[in-house]
Design a protein around this ligand. Structure first.
Ligand code: ATP
Length: 329
């Protein structure tokens, strides 16, 4: 395998469950040593794709290769090169953190001594040395996710798949997981990340593939996606007591889409049609209509806006997520 071999190539992949085409002609690839973000609304086919790549699920047509090896023909060899952490952690509640890691090492056929050594190393690396002595059922959501991530690294996978690694975590635990992910990539691991949080993709992913209905609807770096799909956004911050309805109508004349008012912040946002001296024209128009404004600016679209344009659906805003409650014994 040369350094140029992609971490992952998915080519013309199809998977049907009864009448549902869960994956419908999917093709994309991931470069080695980078993070590929796989984004899509609920039901887009992310989990199905991830299970196929992990050699865990048969499919109907197409090919998938990981580090040059075929997921069907070379499934046995690949199992020790692919790490998978899922949305629902597969940890034994009635074992300690240490015992879980040791057991998984043995499942991967490490010798008894190697399984013990690897368990100790990973607990230290993931700041779980003390917690490692306690039963997993006493862990908080963030601790479980860290232990799950540690478990997926027992055999030092060349491709690590993180399926929604921070779903339900509080902001602090999410930051911790992000830092662990950055450290892994810095050490050369290739990563496939599925997430519902665009903020997470923006933070971690070098490249993004957006899928919907089991097929790719856009791909590129976070910045190139914004340029391809988004176009600039015009943002007008109204002064208190300004005539919002008149302002909305006026701003729509500079756009192909309807303007949106955030009633809490008094900010109107609209996709802008590019034209010379746009800001000056907007300010003059609002001034003529005697609409008070505090700020007018042109900005890049956010990844959320790109996602909405592509899929017609909103992604999940990270701050609206309920943290997972710690489970006590
Ligand atoms: P989510 O973000 O909700 O997990 P997803 O993008 O991971 O969604 P998948 O779970 O891969 O999507 O599902 C793709 C489609 O296949 C959906 O329509 C889903 O209902 C369907 N599907 C998934 N698993 C099965 C199954 N075992 N039997 C029947 N249909 C399934």
């Amino acid at each position: 395998m040369s350094d140029q071999t992609p971490a992952l190539v998915v080519d013309g992949l199809y998977k049907r469950y009864g009448d549902v085409e869960a994956v419908n002609g999917l093709s994309f690839s991931a470069r080695r040593g980078t993070v590929l973000g796989l984004l899509g609304p609920n039901g887009a086919g992310k989990t199905t794709t991830v299970q196929i790549i992990s050699t865990l699920l048969p499919f109907d047509r197409g090919t998938v290769t990981v580090l040059g090896k075929d997921v069907v023909r070379d499934a046995r060899a690949l199992r020790s090169e692919i790490g998978l952490t899922g949305q629902y952690t597969a940890l034994d509640e009635y074992l300690t953190g240490y015992e879980n890691l040791e057991m998984i090492g043995q499942l991967y056929h490490l010798s008894g001594a190697d399984a013990k050594r690897r368990a100790h190393e990973l607990l230290a690396e993931f700041d779980l040395v003390e917690a490692g002595k306690r039963l997993v059922k006493t862990y908080s959501g963030g601790m479980r996710r860290r232990l799950d991530l540690a478990a997926s690294l027992i055999v030092r996978p060349a491709l690590l798949i993180l399926d929604e690694p921070t779903t339900g975590l509080d902001p602090h635990s999410r930051q911790t997981v992000w830092q662990l992910v950055r450290d892994l990539v810095a050490r050369g691991t290739s990563l496939l990340l599925t997430t519902q949080y665009l903020e997470e993709a923006e933070e971690l992913a070098d490249d993004i593939v957006v899928i919907d209905g089991g097929t790719v609807v856009a791909q590129g770096t976070p910045d190139s996606l914004k340029t391809q799909v988004g176009g600039a956004r015009l943002e007008v911050h109204l002064a208190p007591d300004s005539k919002a309805t008149v302002a909305l109508e006026a701003l729509e004349r500079f756009s192909t889409a309807s303007a949106e008012l955030n009633a809490d912040t008094g900010v109107i946002t609209v996709p802008a049609i590019k034209e010379p001296r746009l800001l000056a024209k907007v300010i003059r128009e609002l001034d003529d209509l005697e609409i008070g404004v505090e700020d007018v600016r042109l900005r890049e679209p956010t990844l959320d806006e790109v996602f909405l344009t592509l899929t017609g659906k909103n992604a999940v805003p990270a701050e609206r997520v309920e943290p997972v409650e710690p489970q006590k014994a």
